[in-house]
Design a protein around this ligand. Sequence first.
Ligand code: SF4
Length: 676
Amino acid sequence: MKMEYVPTVCPYCSCGCGIYLVVKDGKIIGQEPWKDHPVNEGKNCPKGKNAYQFLYAEDRLKTPLVRKNGVLEETSWEEALDLIATRLKEATPETFGLLASGKNTNEDAYVLQKFTRVVMGTNNVEYCGRLCHSPSAAGLGPTVGAGVMETSEIDIERADCIFLAGVNLKETFPLMTMRVLRAKEKGAQVIVMDPRNTATARYLGDIHLQLRPGTDAAVLNAMMSIILDEGLENEEFIASRTAGIEELRQHLSSLDLKELEEISGVPLETIREAAIAYATAETGCVLYDQGLNQHATGSDNVKALASLALLAGHYGRPGTGVNPTRGQINGEGTGDMGCLNVFYPGFKRVSEDVAKIFEEAWGVDNLPTKPGFPYTVMLQKVKFLYVVGTNPMMAAPDVNNVRKALQDIDFLVVQDIFPTETAQLAHVVLPAATWVEREGTHAWVDRRVQKIDKVVDPPGEAKPDWWVVCQLAERMGYQDKFDFSSPREIFEEIRRCVPQYAGITYERLGHTIGGIQWPCPSEDHPGTPTMFVQKFNTPDGLGHFQAIDYKPPAELPDEEYPYVLTTGRSIFHYHTGTMTRRTPKLNAEVPRGFVQVNPADAAREGIRSGDAVTLETRRGHIEAQARISTDAPSGLLFVPFHFAESCANVLTNPALDPACKMPEYKVCAVRMEVKR
Ligand code: SF4
């Protein structure tokens, strides 16, 4: 049989880079760059260059498994689905919860939330977006009206000042680096705000705001103070498009810049340099991620960042805005589809009125009207948990506590592609089809909806998530509400229920390289690369300044735990490593967990590079290999969160942001000891 070259999109981060798969005899045997794809122009990072190998890993789940006498045993789909339906009938709206994933397609995610709301009668549906960008919704919502990327990622190269706030772009969104480099070639200045001297700070940064972890609001307040003190605010923009400047001005005038310098550890002169560079730029672009978000003050940090952009008038034009860089292939879309405890599809906030809209759309009564449990709370509260494509046993904070909760749960179903750390605890495990084994759409970082076609069959008896959920709904008496025979049919319902997607069709996506960016209200609409051009999405159309106080992290170092621990990513791995740890070339680059230690701290503790080190917090301990590096400043230890044997989230603090329930992954107190 001849070889085929099939275009598709990388399964990893939300950049959404195109690749060609080389297919022979129904199997993917290689891949090639997709030179015409507008996002990546034929370039891919290491993950994208090794995109498909995980599909063929030895331990792919191929058959449903049911726990009998404590052991997971192979069974048929019939038996597994009958058992799940029987057990879920015992659940109440308060005792059931479902966790979806940023790897689900839009169609899968839509059906998952509909099942939770229609069949189970609850808003206890969440996805891993809670753990990465919930502060974006809580912070950008009140400020500009939508927690989404404003600019097209392609237009980043049009900026003449780029502020990378808590995002290690070179490792986490490598292809966006290409845009930043192009902007730099044209003379753009790049500001990096990060406690570590990351590859991004070293290679892209012109100004490095190397702050103490968790002091983002102090730095941002100082920048705004300086802009106002020096009269660099954009008066015309403020007058015509914003509200609340006087309250902000008053708040900032009560702050002491010297105190903010002391809190953050960043010299005032460096903060001034950054403030002037950003405020005086023609086109200022902010990109931010977990470094800013993953704090108990994450939503405040985002509000401060958005207020800074309003002050400078950097909104509403290509290459501007305050842009959340969502992590996963469908990190945006799973949220768009309503896999959030407070939002029905299309970000319609849970309420009686909104429930009525969906009762009419879906032809049902009594949809839930109260918010469900957020992700980490759900893990502790529900008795029947359905986990689809996410891995809380590595991704949630304080994993030892999560294990206790899951071991205690009445009924745990895990639907995934590998026997993840969470699947090991399940009563039923269902094998899922993934990526190019099924058809569906995703929304990438800049609201870019692209379609991925089915290229190969899933292994064994693995099935698409939407099919499994429809089968369960049928067994539970809701066949007529889940009478879908293809993702295309589900997408047609999505178009009716999610106004942002109304004009996007499978046909249009099939003819559009690089996809269509929502909002796209009608079939003759080209999509929206830039948001907020005329007005913001707030009720009055104005951008609302927010006056934010710096609040310290929930747990700081002391005599017992003298270091600060922070967590993050490596370019060679992806989230909890389920796919990349099974990709030999990627795993060979970074095969095990490590801890980055500053040379001065290593000398003090008698640690040499390569030593096994025990890291301990109030929640547990792990072992990791020491890497001595000046990337970490003295007093700070960095651990990537991809590795099961050195699971960073055994250590992390489950303290939550009160507004959005984001855990404080980025700062906790830790001690270390060399093992000899
Ligand atoms: Fe894939 Fe992201 Fe790398 Fe692009 S930058 S190749 S989407 S992992």
